[in-house]
Write a protein that binds this ligand. Structure first.
Ligand code: PLP
Length: 405
């Protein structure tokens, strides 16, 4: 039994929720954008209430407590001792990806990443007139993996200046091992690249067999060419509060990042800072309970998918996202877009094509168990092509109102 409540429905339908608004009025369970249907940790809610009660919302500075919360979290969870001067506060990780593109190389240069990948990795380089160069991740008999020879060849051919790394990886859920990270770092050194390591999911390690190693903590040489991006937003479910940070030990690189931000990137809002500090410093018990819940959810999804013909997935090591290969199913049934097909069966997944890999869908299992079970039953019916009754009555009743009311 969890001592925190991840089961009582919280009605997000008809609220400001991006995730739930997409399917308003339709009987489709939203399992796309990466936020969870859980309330933030009690300590976060209490800290926000206390801050709001002051009633004054003037310009803010990071407080010693907020900085200490970040430093303490990195030391406690990942054994990485950072100098507070290395922290650059940001309103979001996607801003961080775009800033990293602008802070390295010049217009016309290449930025490398591997597919499938969280879509802003593919769009960010173009916003600053960089070219995106990719190689595919591959699957061995157990998991998703790197084809390092292909990466080496792509880096040599493109003369990229920046490597955008997602660790843990969205959407495959991989937690890259220290050995894999060292190989990436060796390629970065060989081709003289800056690595921008997006580690936003590093608090969401669901596999008991995996431990997250922060790339920059592996050696001072690696730290010297790395921009680490992080936030409390995914793990503690506060992405709407807009608070993230980069950690940049190299002063020249940090200076380039500041130069790319000047006059454009706003201060991080004080409620985001307040919530981040309470999440990092005061929510370890909640975090442990969350991981237990997500581990059980991941295993429910894996077991359900394992028995459905035409679907395949690898075990989730981290994140609350399942990356499902529906290509066999689509081929057999001549389905062009599995995400659209599943929507007609009451399931709102992300479309793999947006991640550079059509034929896949991404299922967000960061929701209460009863809703996940309903979704998995719908998935089984979709594979059996049983018509979805809710969709036949689309618009007649609001899913949220019906389920949560
Ligand atoms: C890998 C990764 N980076 C960045 C983000 C978004 O970060 P932000 O909302 O801080 O821009 C997400 C959200 O899903 C993500 O998965």
């Amino acid at each position: 039994m969890n001592s925190y409540d991840f089961d009582t429905p919280i009605d997000r339908a008809g609220t400001d929720s991006t995730k739930w608004a997409k399917y308003a009025g339709r009987d489709i369970i939203p399992m796309w954008v990466a936020d969870m249907d859980f309330a933030a940790p009690p300590a976060v809610v209490a800290a926000l209430q206390q801050r709001v009660a002051q009633g004054v919302f003037g310009y803010n500075e990071p407080t010693a407590y907020q900085i200490g919360a970040v430093v303490g979290y990195l030391e406690r969870h990942f054994g990485w001792a950072i100098d507070p001067a290395w922290i650059v506060w940001l309103p979001g990780l996607v801003s961080g990806l775009n800033i990293a593109c602008r802070a390295t190389g010049a217009a016309g240069d290449a930025v490398f990443t591997a597919t499938p990948i969280y879509p802003p990795f593919l769009s960010s380089p173009g916003y600053s007139n960089r070219r995106v160069v990719t190689t595919p991740l591959v699957r061995d008999d157990r998991q998703w993996a790197w084809d390092f020879d292909a990466v080496d060849a792509a880096l040599a051919a493109s003369r990229a200046k920046l490597f955008l790394l997602c660790h843990p990886h969205n959407p495959t859920g991989r937690v890259w091992t220290p050995d894999e990270l060292l190989q990436i770092a060796a390629l970065a050194e060989k081709h003289d690249l800056v690595i921008c390591a997006d580690e936003i999911h590093n608090g969401l390690i669901v596999s008991a067999a995996c431990k997250h190693a922060m790339l920059a903590a592996l050696s001072p040489e690696i730290a010297n060419r790395t921009i680490t991006l992080m936030a409390a937003s995914k793990t503690y479910n506060i992405p709407g509060l807009g608070c993230a940070f980069a950690i940049i030990p190299n002063p020249r690189l940090r200076q380039s990042v500041h130069a790319a931000m000047n006059g454009i990137v706003p201060h991080v809002n004080l409620l985001g800072m307040t919530a981040t500090a309470a999440a990092f410093a005061e929510s370890d018990d909640w975090h442990a309970a969350l991981i237990k819940t997500l581990r059980a959810n991941a295993s429910a999804v894996e077991q359900a998918v394992a028995v459905l013909p035409g679907l395949e997935m690898r075990p989730v090591e981290a994140t609350y996202l399942a990356w499902i290969d529906a290509r066999d199913f689509c081929r057999e049934r001549s389905i062009a877009n599995p995400a659209t097909y599943f929507e007609h069966h009451g399931l709102g997944f992300s479309n793999g094509a947006d991640f550079g890999l059509p034929g896949f869908v991404r299922l967000n299992f960061g929701t209460r168990r009863a809703l996940l079970e309903e979704a998995l039953q719908r998935l089984a019916r979709a594979i059996a092509n049983v018509p979805h009754s809710g969709e036949a009555n689309a618009g007649a009743r609001h899913l949220g109102a019906k389920r949560e009311g």
